[in-house]
Design a protein around this ligand. Structure first.
Ligand code: GUN
Length: 323
């Protein structure tokens, strides 16, 4: 099994290192479930592809996702590449608008206005981070909320906060889809989110505390100023590590039987790899996994779900447009 970046998945490595392959993703030693994001994402992609076929058979429009990428940040190039490839896989049209690092804020704002006005584009994203000379908040505010399939516009964040129907940003949405697939109850549970980013930590904390199917949790949002973090994580039934610090969450911070969701994807230099780096999560997987009820690997956990969630939002956009 290969990931789209050509590496063996963490799941594959896990099996080969332990030399104990079993027929399902539920592993009985340590009674730990390895949450297989690729498997769930593939299942959802198949469902999306079926919806596209039905749309087209009914004479409806092919969904179209556009992405704006400014500059040549390695991570952003890879992520946008995954998004474009995923569009192809499910039968969406995709457009990548790739501009050089020196593109001005005015130019990017004008591109956003053109995408807002383009009836063929159902939804679009502006890949973050943007170069420092461009005010990302200003750019996100310029996106038509109806086409904001990342769910980053303040109108959509506001709707999420109020529990109204909206585009939920892709990573938090992907996390809830994983929890649903593995029948992991959130209602009444203690959830600790580490990291308060606008993209992951904060919306995930709102989503899981909302009165909703995968919600109703008691959520603690922790960050760099949190005191006694370990005391809080040790109480958690579910931990979402989204702070971007490789192997930050260690076994002594996790209670026996917890569910651990690792959102980290830091590129750590590794001369033994052809790419020159290894992707590291925020969780010390080898030791934490031994205490968990369920855990996501990196790669192959949350990552594929983020991409498929963007596709789900784009499908929602075209359906809501009535086209
Ligand atoms: N940068 C890191 N994650 C994301 C994402 O989900 N969307 C966008 N637009 N930029 C990102």
């Amino acid at each position: 099994m290969q990931t789209s970046d050509g590496n063996s998945t963490a799941i594959e490595k896990y099996f080969s290192e332990n030399k104990r392959r079993e027929s399902s993703s539920r592993l009985n030693f340590f009674s730990m479930t390895l949450i297989d994001g690729k498997l769930v994402a593939d299942k959802l992609k198949n469902e999306i592809a079926e919806s596209v076929k039905t749309r087209l058979a009914n004479g409806k429009k092919q969904p179209h996702l556009a992405a704006v990428l400014v500059g040549n940040d390695g991570g952003s190039l890879t992520y946008v590449g995954h998004k474009v490839k995923a569009c192809e896989q499910v039968g969406f049209k995709s457009t990548l608008l790739h501009f050089e690092d020196g593109a001005t804020e005015e130019f990017i704002l004008n591109e956003v206005q053109k995408l807002n006005a383009n009836d063929d584009v159902d939804g679009f994203i502006v890949q973050l981070p943007l170069p420092k000379h461009i005010d990302a908040d200003k750019v996100l505010l310029a996106i038509d909320p109806a086409k904001d399939v990342d769910g980053f516009h303040p109108v959509n964040v506001g709707k999420l906060t109020l529990g109204l129907e909206t585009y939920i940003s892709a990573t938090p949405l992907g996390i809830t889809k994983l929890l649903e697939h593995y029948n992991i109850e959130t209602s009444g549970k203690e959830v600790v989110v580490i990291g308060r980013s606008n993209i992951v930590g904060r919306p995930a904390s709102i989503l899981l505390s909302n009165q909703a199917k995968t919600g109703n949790a008691t959520v603690t949002l922790c960050h760099s100023r949190t005191k006694d973090l370990k005391e809080k994580t040790l109480r958690a039934d579910i931990i979402i590590a989204a702070l971007g610090k490789p192997e930050f969450l260690t076994a002594d911070m996790v209670k026996e039987g917890a569910v651990v969701i690792d959102v980290g994807t830091t590129r750590v230099p590794d001369a033994t790899k052809k790419s020159g780096f290894t992707l590291k999560g925020d969780v010390k997987f080898n030791e934490v996994s031994q205490k968990c009820y369920a855990i996501t690997p990196v790669p192959g956990g949350v990552g594929p779900m983020t991409v498929v969630s963007l596709l789900l939002n784009t499908l929602k956009a075209v359906e809501q447009s009535g086209r």
